[in-house]
Design a binder for this molecule. Structure first.
Ligand code: HAH
Length: 345
């Protein structure tokens, strides 16, 4: 069923148009069920899954673009920007990429040639439409004392697989903005590793233009101070910042409770407070932040319904399961800058 947002509800993207774009991740199902919500409140879209490696090239040389093209058509028909997600990642990448037909592992040159072919094909197809790409996703380790995450990319190609991905993407579309994207981006130890990675890429002249802060946060963590410190630290590199996958889980990551069938009033009030504080900070940092994308749009569908506790529902967005604005929405709207069309006062 499609719900129709009341047309008198202010448009979120218009309220923040002086600061940054407001985006949402979509999938083939929500592109239908949440279409009205996207058109009303959002001016940027990202494919939740449909531009990942396994979806675009499930078998060697066999590209499947239909679902991604549908998203592109919807976005362009509605005058929305599109962020591309994601070219190189350790997850949702098919095994064929790393092996010959007989199962033996490929060497570095073969892997880089396959990477180049994929990036050139995908980035060229959406050249001039996808204005920003998450080129490399989640290459930094969460573990203390470990810099890069162990992966087949790292193991076979060595650590300059990261630089190569950016070079190939830049060659395919010199006008696209290229991002390194990661989660736990506001945790001080990981923040410093991401900072060091991006700084070293910049020093080597690698074409990287920004850091994507995934922003999978919850009602307690990270602290506003840690988020502010991360924004300032990344901005000090002279790169653009995009908030790429924002959601506010009502559960802390380690919380495994499964008793809730609906969010309590207390959780909803806390979520609204947190969203307001976060958007106040984003607005104050809007010289650096160009885009704020939610990893979904309304509480009827979120990847957090399955992760990290299987089958547990979550309610992380500004709109409820029926697409009605939550208190979080009104409090975020309240933080928006004074309207450009309103008179002095
Ligand atoms: C993200 N990983 C991915 O970038 C995105 O492509 C996917 O759809 C969902 C989330 C985040 C993540 C996390 O927050 C914790 C552990 C692993 C991965």
């Amino acid at each position: 069923m499609t719900h129709h947002p009341k047309s008198d509800i202010p448009r979120l993207h218009e309220a923040y148009s002086a600061c940054f774009r407001i985006g949402a991740a979509v999938n083939p199902s929500t592109l239908t069920t949440q279409a009205d919500l996207f058109r009303h409140h959002f001016n940027s879209l990202t494919a939740e899954n449909e531009m990942k490696f396994e979806k675009l090239q499930p078998a060697s040389g066999q590209y499947t673009f239909e679902a991604a093209d549908r998203l592109i058509d919807f976005a362009t028909a509605n005058g929305m920007a599109v962020r591309g997600h994601t070219l190189v990642w350790h997850n949702q990448t098919p095994d064929w990429m790393f092996a010959h037909a007989d199962g033996t592992p490929v060497d570095r040159d073969t892997l880089l040639a396959r990477m180049q072919a994929h990036i050139a094909t995908v980035v060229s197809r959406y050249k001039g439409i996808v204005h920003a790409w998450d080129v490399v996703n989640e290459a930094v380790s969460d573990k203390e004392g470990e810099f890069l995450r162990p992966s087949q990319w790292l193991e076979i190609a060595g650590e300059d697989f990261i630089a190569k991905a950016f070079e190939y993407a830049h060659a395919a579309d010199p006008n696209a903005l290229l991002f390194y994207n990661d989660y736990n981006e506001s945790v001080p130890e990981k923040r410093e590793k991401i900072f060091a990675l991006v700084q070293s890429l910049r020093e080597k002249g690698v074409p990287i233009h920004g850091v994507g802060l995934q922003a999978h946060w919850n009602l307690e963590e990270p602290s506003i101070d840690d988020i502010r410190a991360a924004i300032e630290r990344y901005a000090s590199l002279g790169v653009r910042l995009h908030i790429t996958e924002l959601d506010l889980s009502v559960f802390r990551f380690a919380d495994r409770r499964t008793d809730l069938t609906a969010p309590t009033e207390e959780l909803l009030a806390k979520q609204a407070d947190r969203y307001a504080q976060i958007f106040r900070l984003f607005k104050a940092s809007s010289a650096h932040i160009e885009s704020v994308t939610f990893w979904g749009a309304a509480d009827d569908y979120t990847w957090l319904d399955h992760f990290p506790v299987h089958g547990r529902k979550n309610w992380p967005f500004l709109f409820d399961e029926k697409h009605r604005p939550k208190r979080s929405f009104w409090d975020v709207l309240e933080e928006a800058p004074p309207s450009a069309i309103a008179g002095p006062g």
